[in-house]
Design a protein around this ligand. Structure first.
Ligand code: AP5
Length: 256
């Protein structure tokens, strides 16, 4: 049994899964589920929020420009996003696939991503590159639950592990279970900023779900459940996507 599990894990981390796009409002669990996909399939998580926070922490010109915008809970302009996403997607670890967490966030970003994949990934496809069309998974969560997830979120500044004081508290109050670091609260998880982030989702990012729904590429998942149940469903979606030749039109995608 242990042997079978080891072989199955080895297979999962050797195969192409192509791009996986996680869509959902702030607090839907995109980061939480991305980490599960990374562990299972061995592909990188590309979180545009993390990339931007890294620029802010390093004080780059992009970081200086993005900092105030993020602090207000607004979206960083599309033109600033394209360069950082393109550079990251060109890295070698993306060849078997990747999880996009937080991108695309506007209809323009979705169109840009399609063009980028067409020109730089599918067109130059080799046995080492990701041949799959993206699978787009929308995480659906109730508004009240989102507020609890955002106001209760804590993270470890050392290992990045996520906690929630309401749902997944650390064993010792405010300390990371893994390395004992003092947990931190994200700058934009203050209540006044959260409302701006949710507004930005409703007015700009909802259009992205329309974009993929029109292309029959959207698979909706009820994410108002325990983490493990959602993860199991997402793995099922990704596995079926591959079995169907990575073509969402062949699958049993539940289009909302
Ligand atoms: P970003 O960092 O992407 O933030 P977000 O989209 O607002 O999403 P979050 O990270 O808040 O939530 P999540 O869905 O990842 O949930 P998580 O897993 O952490 O973006 C930040 C900012 O950067 C934006 O506001 C914008 O300014 C800018 N930006 C980023 N990308 C951009 C782009 N493409 N274009 C323009 N600007 C961009 O979970 C949340 C909490 O819930 C955690 O505590 C977790 O433990 C808990 N939790 C998770 N799942 C469950 C569950 N099933 N049950 C109970 N608790 C759960």
């Amino acid at each position: 049994m242990a042997n079978e599990t080891a072989i199955s894990t080895a297979n999962d981390t050797a195969r192409n899964i192509g791009p996986v796009i996680l869509l959902g409002p702030p607090g839907a669990g995109k980061g939480t589920q991305s980490k599960q996909i990374v562990d299972r399939y061995g592909v990188p998580q590309i979180s545009t929020g993390d990339l931007l926070r890294d620029h802010v922490a390093r004080g780059t010109s992009l970081g200086l420009e993005a900092q105030a915008i993020m602090a207000r809970g607004e979206l960083v302009p599309d033109e600033l996003m394209y360069g950082i996403v393109a550079n990251r997607l060109r890295e070698a670890d993306c060849q078997r696939g990747f999880v996009l967490d937080g991108f695309p966030r506007t209809a323009a970003q979705a169109g840009w991503l399609d063009a980028f994949l067409e020109e730089e990934v599918f067109d130059k496809r080799s046995e080492h590159s990701a041949p799959c069309l993206p699978v787009v998974i929308q995480l659906l969560v109730d508004y009240t639950q989102l507020l609890l997830r955002l106001t209760g979120r804590r993270s470890c500044p050392t290992c990045g592990r996520l906690y929630n004081i309401h749902f997944q508290p650390p064993l010792v109050d405010e300390l990371c279970d893994v390395d004992g670091s003092k947990l931190v609260i994200r700058n934009d998880d203050r209540e006044d900023v959260i409302s701006g982030r949710l507004d930005a989702y409703e007015t700009q990012t909802r259009l992205v779900t329309d974009y993929y729904r029109a292309q029959r590429r959207l698979v909706a998942v009820n994410a108002d459940r325990p983490v493990d149940e959602i993860t199991a469903q997402i793995f099922g979606v990704i596995d079926r996507h591959r079995q169907n030749g990575c073509d969402p039109m062949n699958g049993e995608a539940r289009i909302k």
